[in-house]
Design a binder for this molecule. Structure first.
Ligand code: UDP
Length: 573
């Protein structure tokens, strides 16, 4: 069946259910953004020009909101607890509904069992028949629950699963045996999924799919009125929980800030002002989302203290015409040195509070400075006060952008179909010869699929992203493919690894190989210049954009991307 866009959200609102603050928050959000979604649906409908869209049967099982997982989030919705996840789930549900799919929503193990048709009870009753859904969106909690209640049948059906995973899961952590053997085991990873089945909140490593969420978009009249009513010396602090204000050394930069600006906060409190919040701060208490928007419309500056990491609020602030000022992290924060990231299945290094804001938005909307340097901080504040900025929202965070991206994933990502033959082909000692020594990054552009003769004899007319988007590149020693592609203006595309994991690619790049081995290692395909050793990947699940190693230069499958929609290549729609 063909899916038809929906602009009426009442059925969805009924499906979400009642009885918890988290659900009320999500429903308020869905209602508030209903008009934006409807407009976006109409625009995308026109843009896709009658393109056929399959209607999918989709189950959304929100694991972290189930009682069985302990649901620590719901009781904190009105108390300054994290809201980013709820923002994202509300938007995912809305996007799937608006795209016209056949949606079932489960927020308890009982509902999950009902929808899957497994008898109630634990473990021993696997799903026997076919899976009654084309796609299941869940999270790590939900995945665990499905394992408990579907038993072994989960393995059979896991290609249908998508895991909403805020911070992402890198391939090395996802591969159970490899993670166990090589010290990448965490509380979360080891599900042996295709890493693109994990869907993140921001475009972190492209090993995962970028799901995202939306922020409110302003029309031209609203933009103009915001710019006219900006209060140049008004700052709002990012941080709705008092503990976020407990930063070492914050007194000094807050004092500087206060010297120039009126400082506002939206910190949750019960009866008394939280002691962490200085007396000169005008604290509004935790605000409903639409009231926070109003405050941001007046403010000139939205300032982060380093936590929370990578939330939605800075995008909302920038979309409402604020400049976002945030601390640079030196050394970067990661699972090795920061409690928050410890045990998360990623090696990502975070160089500022909100890397997306820094890398994808940047000046004049975002300023990233060293807060320990009071001169730098002082001049940043002065610069912000005299800089005029327009409200800005990257396309990928608009409703239309999210619909476009989710549409493309649903129609094109297929982890169930057998991959075309995976060939680290014709391995032999004394590999390819010839050519010059590698100096800088090197491209082998492949303008169209006819250039595919070299790629393991694999033809892939149905590959998505299409092969026309592939650019082969070599990283520097120690550099990941994430960085190598990015520094050349491209993005790493894990789906393309299988086309460059062969001797022909090495030959194309004039790589000197004394030996070409095929191994299980997440930095492969790669080669060592000094030892003239080349390695191809033997385990497709370990193809990794994120991997790097000091002695190796990696073969990187990069691709082009659309301006403002990094998840999609030019020919991806
Ligand atoms: N938010 C809110 N009231 C406030 C402060 C924040 O409703 O007083 C909302 C904000 O609009 C954003 C959400 O909280 O959409 C999550 O914000 P944040 O960036 O703080 O991420 P979190 O750490 O909560 O995931």
């Amino acid at each position: 069946r063909q899916a038809a866009f929906r602009t009426d959200l009442s059925v969805l609102l009924d499906q979400v259910g009642t009885g918890k603050e988290s659900l009320s928050f999500m429903k308020r959000r869905i209602r508030r953004l209903a008009q934006q979604w409807a407009t976006a649906a109409n625009r995308l409908d026109a843009k896709l020009e009658q393109q056929w869209r399959d209607q999918k049967k989709i189950l959304v099982h929100v694991g972290f909101l189930t009682e069985e997982s302990g649901d620590v989030f719901s009781p904190k919705v009105l108390k300054g607890g994290p809201l980013g996840e709820m923002v994202q789930w509300a938007d995912i549900l809305t996007a799937l509904h608006v795209l016209g799919h056949n949606l079932k929503i489960s927020m308890s193990v009982k509902e999950l069992q009902g929808f899957l048709g497994v008898p109630p009870g634990r473990g021993s009753c696997p799903l026997t028949g076919p899976l009654p859904f084309d796609l299941i969106y869940t999270d790590y909690h939900g995945l665990q629950q499905m394992k408990q209640h579907m038993g072994l049948s989960l393995k059979r059906h896991k290609c249908h699963i998508r895991v909403i995973d805020t911070f992402g899961t890198e391939p090395a952590y996802n591969h159970e045996e490899y993670a166990t053997l090589h010290g990448y085991r965490t509380n979360w990873g080891y599900w042996n999924l295709n890493a693109r089945q994990y869907m993140t909140m921001f475009p972190h490593t492209p090993d995962n799919s970028f799901m995202g969420f939306v922020s409110e978009e302003l029309n031209e009249t609203e933009k103009r009125s915001i710019q006219q009513n900006k209060v140049n010396n008004m700052a709002v602090v990012y941080g709705k929980e008092a503990s976020m204000w407990k930063l070492q050394g914050k007194e000094s930069f807050l004092q500087i800030l206060h010297r120039y600006m009126e400082v506002h906060g939206t910190v949750y409190y019960e009866t008394q002002r939280p002691p962490e919040v200085p007396a000169f701060v005008k604290n509004h208490g935790l605000l409903p989302q639409h009231e926070l928007q109003q405050l941001l419309r007046k403010a000139k500056l939205f300032i982060g203290f380093g936590f929370p990491y990578e939330g939605p609020a800075p995008l909302e602030a920038i979309a409402n015409g604020c400049i976002f000022l945030q601390p640079k992290f030196n050394p970067p924060h990661s699972s090795l040195n920061h409690e928050f990231f410890r045990g998360k299945p990623t090696s990502r290094e975070v160089f500022s509070q909100h890397p997306y804001a820094e890398q994808y938005i940047g000046r004049p909307h975002v300023m990233t400075v060293d807060y320990n340097n009071s001169v730098e901080f002082d001049s940043a504040i002065k610069e912000i006060m005299r800089t005029k900025v327009e409200p800005y929202l990257p396309y990928e965070y608009t409703c239309e952008g999210m619909l476009e991206r989710v549409h493309a994933y649903i129609q094109h990502q297929d982890f169930c179909a057998p991959e075309p033959p995976f060939i680290p082909a014709n391995l032999s000692r004394k590999g390819s010869a010839g050519g010059s020594r590698m100096m800088g990054p090197l491209f082998v552009p492949l303008p169209n699929t006819t250039a595919l003769g070299w790629a393991s004899n694999v033809t892939a007319p149905s590959a998505w992203p299409p092969l026309s988007s592939l650019r082969l590149l070599v990283s520097q020693e120690g550099q990941s493919c994430v960085d190598a592609c990015q520094s050349a203006g491209f993005i790493c595309e894990p789906a393309h690894f299988r086309f460059i994991n062969n001797k022909e690619a090495l030959r194309r790049l004039d790589v000197q190989c004394e030996v070409v081995d095929s191994e299980i290692n997440h930095i492969l395909p790669a080669f060592s210049v000094v030892r003239q050793e080349c390695g191809l990947q033997r385990e497709p699940l370990l193809f990794s954009c994120a991997g790097h190693s000091p002695k190796y230069r990696r073969l990187c499958p990069c691709r082009d991307f659309r301006h403002g929609q990094v998840a999609l290549c030019r020919d991806c729609l």
